[in-house]
Design a protein around this ligand. Structure first.
Ligand SMILES: *Cc1c(COP(=O)(O)O)cnc(C)c1O
Length: 363
C-alpha cells in the first residue's frame, strides 16, 4: 500500500524538549514564548515581516478577508482546494470564479480583470502546487482596479521568485500548517501582511478584538490563536526543514525523470524555486486519467484528483455568478497528484511509475 501522503514526524526527543519548555514555563497559549519563537524563526527563514500565526489555514484566509473588510464578491480561481472559496462564502462574500491559464493551472490575470464588477472587493489568487501566479500581472490588475490582492499561498511554503519570497507579493498571503502540508504544526496557519497596521489589526482580531496596549475592545474579533503545543510541533519540524525540502525535491526529480516521456506537468513560473509539495501529472484525456487512477488503486496506490471538481461547477454551494471556466473544468478531470511525502522511497516511486506507464500504454 502506498498512500497519497503521510505527515512528517520530527525527532521525538526534540519535540519533547520543546513540550518540556511549555511545562516549565506553564504557558500553554496566548502568545506564549514558543509561539513567539516560531513566529520569529519563520519570519527569518521565509524572508518576510509581519507574520501572524493562527489556528489553521482557513482561519488565515478568513482573517485576511476580515482585516481588509471584504464584501460583495472576490475574484478567485475555481481550481483549488475548497477552503479558498468556502472561507469566502462563510463570510457572505461570493466567490466570483474566473478561469485558469491552461499551462500553469493558476488564475488567469486577464480573465480575472474581466470578471471584476462593481461589487468586487478583492482578488484571491492561489499559488497552486506552490507554482507562483503571474504576480506581476496581478499587481497591474490591482493598480488598474484599486483592488486588494490576497494570495492563498497554502502550497507555497519557502517558494522564492528571483530570490524574493513569494509571500511578499500582494497585500497579504496566507499559509496552511496542516499535518498534510510541507511544513506543519499538526493544525495551524499564518497570514503574512505587507503593512504593519494591517498586521496589528489582525493580531487584535484573533484575540477577541482586544487591543494589546490598552486592553480596550477595538474590533469585533474571534479566537484564532495558535497554542504553545502546536507551536512546539512547528519548531521541531522547522529544525528539519532543510532536510525535508532536499528529500522531497530528490523524490520529485526522480518522478519527473521516469515520467517525462509519458505525461505533462504544469508549466512552472520562470525564476521560481520548487518545494515539491505535490507531484501533479496532466493526462491527455479525462479517460486516460480515470484509467490511471483505477489501475493505481488496484495496485494499492492512492492518487488524488487535486483539484476536482472545479469549484465553478458547485452551483448549489456557492452564490454569485461565474464566468465560463472551461479550462478549470477540463483540467480538473485530467490531473492526478501522485504519492509524495518525506518517507516515500525510490522503490515506491518505481512501482507507482511502472503501474502508471502500464495503464497509459494499455489504453
Ligand atoms: C490546505 C489548504 C487550505 C486550508 O488550510 P487548513 O490549514 O487545512 O485550514 C486552504 N487553501 C489551500 C489551497 C489549501 O491547500
Amino acid at each position: 500500500m502506498i498512500p497519497l501522503n503521510k505527515p512528517y514526524l520530527p525527532d521525538q526527543a526534540n519535540y519533547l524538549s520543546y513540550l518540556q519548555s511549555a511545562f516549565d514555563s506553564q504557558r500553554l497559549t496566548n502568545n506564549g514564548p514558543l509561539l513567539q519563537q516560531l513566529k520569529n524563526r519563520l519570519e527569518q527563514y521565509l524572508g518576510v515581516k509581519y507574520l501572524l500565526p493562527v489556528v489553521n489555514g482557513t482561519m488565515a484566509l478568513q482573517l485576511a478577508y476580515k482585516t481588509f473588510n471584504l464584501t460583495g464578491n472576490a475574484v478567485t480561481t475555481p481550481y483549488t482546494f475548497i477552503a479558498t472559496s468556502s472561507s469566502l462564502q462563510w463570510l457572505n462574500i461570493s466567490p466570483n470564479f474566473a478561469d485558469i491559464n491552461p499551462q500553469t493551472l493558476n488564475l488567469c490575470p486577464d480573465k480575472a480583470l474581466t470578471a471584476v464588477n462593481k461589487n468586487t472587493s478583492a482578488l484571491v489568487p492561489v499559488h497552486v502546487y506552490g507554482n507562483p501566479c503571474d504576480v506581476g500581472a496581478f499587481e497591474e490588475v490591482s493598480r488598474k482596479t484599486g483592488l486588494r490582492v490576497i494570495y492563498d499561498a497554502s502550497h507555497a511554503f519557502g517558494i522564492r521568485l528571483n530570490g524574493q519570497s513569494i509571500l511578499n507579493y500582494g497585500d497579504a498571503s496566507t499559509l496552511s500548517f496542516h499535518a498534510t502540508k510541507l511544513f506543519h504544526c499538526v493544525e495551524g496557519g499564518a497570514v503574512i501582511f505587507k503593512r504593519e497596521e494591517d498586521y496589528q489589526r489582525a493580531a487584535r482580531m484573533i484575540n477577541f478584538g482586544i487591543a494589546q496596549s490598552s486592553g480596550n475592545i477595538a474590533d469585533v474579533g474571534i479566537n484564532g490563536k495558535m497554542s504553545e503545543l502546536h507551536a512546539a510541533m512547528g519548531l521541531a519540524v522547522l529544525d528539519d526543514i532543510d532536510n525535508i525540502l532536499t528529500r522531497r525535491n530528490q523524490l520529485f526529480n526522480y518522478y519527473k525523470s521516469l515520467l517525462n516521456a509519458y505525461l505533462d506537468f504544469p508549466l512552472w513560473h520562470q525564476g521560481a524555486s520548487q518545494n515539491a509539495i505535490y507531484f501533479p501529472v496532466i493526462f491527455k484525456s479525462a479517460e486516460a486519467c480515470n484509467q490511471a487512477f483505477l489501475t493505481l488503486q488496484n495496485q494499492g496506490i492512492t492518487s488524488r484528483r487535486y483539484f476536482s471538481p472545479s469549484l465553478s461547477s458547485l452551483n448549489e454551494t456557492f452564490s454569485g455568478q461565474t464566468s465560463s471556466c472551461f479550462h478549470s473544468e477540463a483540467y480538473a478531470q485530467r490531473v492526478l497528484c501522485l504519492p509524495l511525502y518525506y518517507s516515500l522511497t525510490e522503490a515506491d516511486i518505481k512501482k507507482v511509475c511502472a503501474t502508471l506507464i502500464k495503464s497509459l500504454t494499455a489504453s
